[in-house]
Write a protein that binds this ligand. Structure first.
Ligand code: GBH
Length: 463
């Protein structure tokens, strides 16, 4: 009999899913192996000035050659689920035509080894790595790309539909559309408000087409989902002007995806706000019906809140089509991570309360949450990251409070399992709970990894 007192202060539901998350281009490396061709991120990272220090994902964390080792790390953590993404250009190098068997084999082995380890595979079809050939043909602003994505989804449904627990169609289409085609900070680096809005719509269409393709091939109990980086928007004050600024960012940051997917409609205010950019005639009859095919859960990625006031943004390219001349972004107060993002767990709670109220009956999953900090090594060789532990503790406590208040949150995926290629920041920012020495590819548990293993083992937070 265990006589130790139970010190758990925040106990999560017994069926809660505890996971970690990664993305193909950020960890795999092996950029030219087994038939993989360049994606827009290969092209972008090889373009001087786009990624810090000229870093690329050519080698990254070499996960392509270290699947078994990385699954062993997850076993040590005790995670129930693992969220990874599939590199489209590994499977269908030109974005069209038949699949490359070696690409499919890689993901089949990953999934089978996860299942053997008792870890549920959560597969994302698109985490930003569009085959370059499809970008050359016009990319996401082009309707054709959505249809190509639907086809790629059917290939993956046929290959792995019998063994993947959860399919996520898209990761953060906001980033892919508005950072990729609006302000150009992400690949493919285009800067056009019109292109960003067209891309956003084609992501909604692509999501619906993929959902349809996956639906027929699912094994019993499997699910289809979508992951959004919803913005926890806070007006600086209650003034009508500041409230209107918040409304605009909510429209082009959140409802641009939420309304088509969950309501089969376009936000009317967004259409008005963007009237000088487009009449939205690229939205064809039936598109919104396709986009709103029922899904089984909504994934939410949260890092920081967004504080806005009435004003005007910088004149250069903006990711906020139609809102840039009306909104100014204010730094939220408080401590910051190495990304300079504010640490504020209340934003996650606010977001979950809003979704509890706006999307009743839709199960929610935190598909990403975590923080970049510079680790420092102890003389003992251990990697200390107390700030990350504090960040994670505060955000899990916020999730717990939201569940107590009626939000139907089914799981939490920590970003990230490994230090990895942090997009425009290259390897200069570390989000991992496992440290990666990129010179040797040696993996070392940070204190946060030990802490997370304990949280999972006890099913909640202590003290
Ligand atoms: C996620 O995106 C990605 O899915 C993941 O691949 C990445 O490594 C991880 O987070 C860490 O960055 O543009 O003005 O709204 C992060 C989404 C979007 C969060 C941009 C911060 C900055 C302010 N990010 N946002 S703004």
């Amino acid at each position: 009999l265990d006589a130790r007192p139970d010190t758990t202060t925040h106990r999560f539901p017994a069926a809660f899913r505890w996971g970690t998350a990664t993305a193909a281009y950020q960890i795999e490396g092996a950029a030219a192996e087994d038939g993989r061709t360049p994606s827009i991120w290969d092209t972008f990272s090889r373009t001087p000035g786009k990624v810090r220090n000229g870093d690329t994902g050519d080698i990254a964390a070499d996960h392509y050659h270290r699947v078994s080792e990385d699954i062993a790390l997850m076993r040590r953590l005790g995670v129930t689920d693992y969220r990874f993404s599939i590199a489209w250009p590994r499977v269908q190098p030109t974005g069209r035509g038949p699949a490359v068997q070696k690409g499919l084999d890689f993901y089949r082995r990953l999934v089978d080894e996860l299942l053997e380890a008792g870890i549920r595979p959560v597969a994302t079809l698109y985490h930003w790595d569009l085959p370059q050939e499809l970008e050359d043909a016009g990319g996401w602003p082009q309707r054709e790309t959505a249809h190509r994505f639907g086809e790629y989804a059917s290939i993956m449904a046929g290959a792995l539909g019998d063994r993947v627990a959860t399919w996520t169609t898209l990761n953060e289409p906001w980033c892919a559309a508005f950072l990729g085609y609006g302000n150009g900070v992400h690949a493919p680096g285009r800067t056009s408000a019109l292109a960003s809005l067209r891309a956003a719509h084609h992501f909604n269409l692509a999501h619906g087409l993929a959902t349809g393709a996956l639906r027929g091939a699912l094994s019993p109990g499997s699910e289809v989902s979508l992951t959004l980086n919803l913005h926890a928007v806070r007006p600086h004050s209650d003034s009508a002007a500041d409230l209107d600024a918040a409304r605009r960012i909510d429209a082009v940051g959140n409802r641009v995806f939420l309304d088509p997917v969950f309501n089969g409609s376009l936000p009317e205010d967004l259409v008005r706000d963007t009237a000088a950019v487009t009449d939205w005639s690229f939205v064809l009859d039936g598109d919104l019906e396709t986009a709103s095919a029922p899904i089984d859960s909504l994934g939410i990625n949260y890092y920081s809140p967004t504080v806005v006031a009435a004003g005007s943004g910088p004149a250069e390219a903006s990711p906020w089509a139609g809102a840039e001349q009306h909104v100014r972004f204010l730094p939220a107060p408080g401590p910051r991570t190495a990304m300079d993002w504010p640490v504020d767990a209340n934003g996650l709670h606010e977001l979950l309360m809003r979704l509890r109220d706006d999307l009743p009956g839709v199960p929610l999953v935190i598909t990403e949450n975590g923080a970049a900090y510079d680790d420092y090594a102890d003389p003992s060789g251990e990697v200390k990251d107390p700030e990350r532990v504090a960040y994670l503790h505060a955000h899990l406590a916020a999730v717990h409070r939201a569940i107590e208040e009626g939000a139907d949150v089914r799981g939490y995926f920590l970003w990230s399992l490994l230090d990895n290629f942090e997009w425009a920041y290259g390897y200069s920012k570390r989000f991992g709970i496992v440290h990666v020495d990129f010179a040797t590819q040696r993996r070392t548990f940070k204190d946060s990894a030990r802490w997370y293993a304990e949280v999972i083992a006890r099913g909640g937070l202590a003290e």
